[in-house]
Design a protein around this ligand. Sequence first.
Ligand SMILES: Nc1ncnc2c1ncn2[C@@H]1O[C@H](COP(=O)(O)OP(=O)(O)OP(=O)(O)O)[C@@H](O)[C@H]1O
Ligand SMILES: [Mg+2]
Length: 278
Amino acid sequence: MELVLEWQDVSYTYPDAKAAALAGMSLRIPKGMKTAVLGHNGSGKSTLFLHAVGILKPQGGRVFCGGKALDYGRKGLQELRRAVGLVLQDPEQQLILNTPREDVAFGLRNAGMDEGTIRHRTESALARLGLLELADRPIHHLSLGQKKRTALAGVFAMEPEVILLDEPASYLDPVSERLLLQSIGEIHRAGVTVVMATHDMDTAYSWADWIVVLDRGACRMQGPPDTIFAHKELIEELGLEMPLLADLWDSLPVGLREGRPVPRNTEQFKAYLANDLV
Ligand SMILES: Nc1ncnc2c1ncn2[C@@H]1O[C@H](COP(=O)(O)OP(=O)(O)OP(=O)(O)O)[C@@H](O)[C@H]1O
Ligand SMILES: [Mg+2]
């Protein structure tokens, strides 16, 4: 399994904090996959991401990108940020200029690209995220979901190898969430490794190919979704809920589910009810 990012025994305590935010964090992000990062509030998800782009530097242990230990020099960080894009939880912290078009172009200009490339990449990122109609609206007139898509467009335009999304769907209504997940799916199909921190177990279960579970600054489990959610007791002990579909599946008598593939989404579950159950 080829890795894009790896944390080896990373520890980090924020200035003035009593407890460590990361305490011996060791985890791996496989290349080309969709990874969901799960964990209760304060378990270290955002801190983990800030280490992937070198905004925070480990006080112990090391972070690797593409098999190489991070280089925190100016050039090293420039290179790192070209390879790894981070979409912050709060788009207000990420968007700087007045309109989506200006904001997306700004990041590219900052990275030193020529005007032709800037124009081309800006238009294609706006189109990919379904933002062409909103491209010249003042950002402060956009809804939260539209702002989140704009922040993602800005990161996508940089054409990174991996995009980290910190709770991209939080506070979105179901329609905006579906739109955003569709966009993320398209970005993944374009060849980008996608990593998403989320509290939504149902989304994680149906969306991810790889899941990591954090608890108090350390990684407690990593693996494919059906393996992770086969550990119901541990999931609950770590303050998380079982995905509804996994829980329903688990409640079926063994004879009805033995040897069958576990349904990962409602469509698969319905197909099972309609075809296999009888
Ligand atoms: N800027 C900061 N200064 C001091 N402590 C911080 C800071 N940011 C986070 N922490 C602490 O570090 C720990 C990990 O926080 P982090 O934000 O990484 O968790 P999280 O898993 O992203 O939580 P959430 O689900 O609420 O977003 C928490 O105990 C938090 O209180
Ligand atoms: Mg967080």
